[in-house]
Design a binder for this molecule. Structure first.
Ligand code: SF4
Length: 391
């Protein structure tokens, strides 16, 4: 790729490559970096650009770090202190802001995700992140998508400033409890550092008369015995208490020359089931206790959690589309918030008689709902599945 940017900065970006591979930046984290999850030897400049789903559509985004040096020693992380294989590179705020501006003027990127290793503490590092984006917003007048990491130990005023400058900020818990976090990252403190920062961010957002960045967190899933019930209980608490916009779940993947290099990779399907469950907690009015955990607090990998719940609870007691309230409709596989609202509205003027009527209301796959619903007290005709036909 030929670009007109400062050569030193472009070289640094090329050497850094996809340094934020395991840190999602947008609204479709599972598809964000799928193509990049294949290890390769050669790096090129395009590796620092990811296609990310943002609130205003899919965009190419510069995902990078202020520095790849770090004084902490999180067991899973390629940037941990003392790891010889990591090339340590650092941007000055001016330099990074300039290369971003060059890239966005050349239409190579339209958005920034900025993270960092920690050097001289979280406060100093956070200042560098903020300084970089101050230049991008104020000197270069960039108004597009910016997602910033908040460093462990950052001060309340820094969080406020970051939330003014960005569209989204991440305060990553990494583990769902102090015990799990200590097993992942011995120098991070769950309550006094990370939960406290999330609470500050929640308060700042609640009390601000102005629009501020949304708040997200991320968990490293499956390296240290953490269970789905632990991860989702903490996610639920954050949705309810600090107004978390979303939780990211990053299936653990071992990195060579780290203490966790011999641990097994966690199946991406686990990540997927956690996202499905997390949305049930956030958008569908479910509580953690509703989720169908099996096997010592984990979800089944082979079935959508909503369908697993419906198989246990609705096959013998189906929901009548003519009578059910919104919460009951949201329990039905295939019916989401928009579908439930469309049913309630349509019911005021006419009867909903069959699956075709549901489809006309915008419910894309009403056959998913079919085993769990009634129309005016009558079950819809069931289509035989391929499995049923074969046997
Ligand atoms: S603080 Fe961040 S960059 Fe540093 S070792 Fe831990 S996870 Fe890696």
């Amino acid at each position: 790729m030929h670009i007109h940017v400062q050569p030193d900065a472009a070289q640094k970006l090329t050497k850094m490559g996809d340094v934020t591979l395991y840190e999602p930046a947008g609204d479709a984290p599972q598809s964000e970096n799928q193509s990049k999850r294949v290890p390769k030897n050669a790096r090129n400049f395009a590796d620092c650009i990811s296609h990310v789903q943002t609130p205003t559509g899919a965009k190419p985004i510069l995902k990078t770090m202020v520095t790849t040096a770090c004084e902490k020693n999180c067991y899973y992380c390629p940037f941990r202190a003392g790891r010889g294989q990591t090339q340590r590179l650092t941007f000055k705020p001016d330099e990074l802001a300039q290369v971003f501006d060059d890239m966005q003027r050349a239409k190579l990127v339209d958005g920034l995700f900025l993270s960092s290793g920690i050097i001289k503490g979280g406060v100093t590092t956070q200042d560098k992140i903020i300084d970089t984006v101050e230049i991008i917003r104020n000197r270069f007048q960039y108004r597009g998508y910016v997602h910033l990491k908040i460093m462990p130990g950052a001060e309340r005023d820094q969080i406020y400033r970051a939330m003014q400058l960005a569209d989204r900020v991440s305060i990553n818990l990494e583990g769902p409890t102090q015990e799990r976090l200590s097993a992942l990252a011995p120098k991070k403190d769950f309550n006094d550092e990370l939960v406290k920062m999330l609470q500050w961010a929640g308060e700042i957002k609640r009390n601000s008369p102005h629009r501020l960045a949304s708040l997200v967190t991320q968990f490293v899933v499956g390296a240290v015995g953490d269970t789905d019930v632990e991860l989702l209980t903490t996610s639920e608490r954050l949705y309810r208490q600090v107004g978390l916009a979303r939780a990211y779940y990053s299936a653990f993947s071992p990195v060579i020359e780290t203490p966790f290099e011999n641990l097994n990779r966690v199946a991406p399907q686990r990540e997927f089931r956690l996202y499905q469950s997390s949305f049930l907690l956030r958008d569908y009015g479910w509580d953690v206790e509703d989720l169908p955990f099996v096997d010592a607090g984990n979800l089944r990998l082979d079935v959508d959690p909503k369908r697993a719940w419906a198989d246990l609870n609705l096959r013998d007691r189906p929901v009548d589309v003519a009578l059910a309230d919104r919460m009951a409709l949201l329990r039905v596989p295939g019916i989401g918030p928009a579908g439930a609202d469309a049913i309630l509205k349509a019911r005021r003027t006419h009867k909903i008689r069959d699956l075709a009527d549901l489809r006309k209301l915008g419910i894309r796959a009403p056959e998913q709902a079919s085993p769990y619903i009634l129309f005016q007290g009558r079950r819809p005709p069931q289509q035989l599945s391929l499995f049923d036909e074969a046997f």
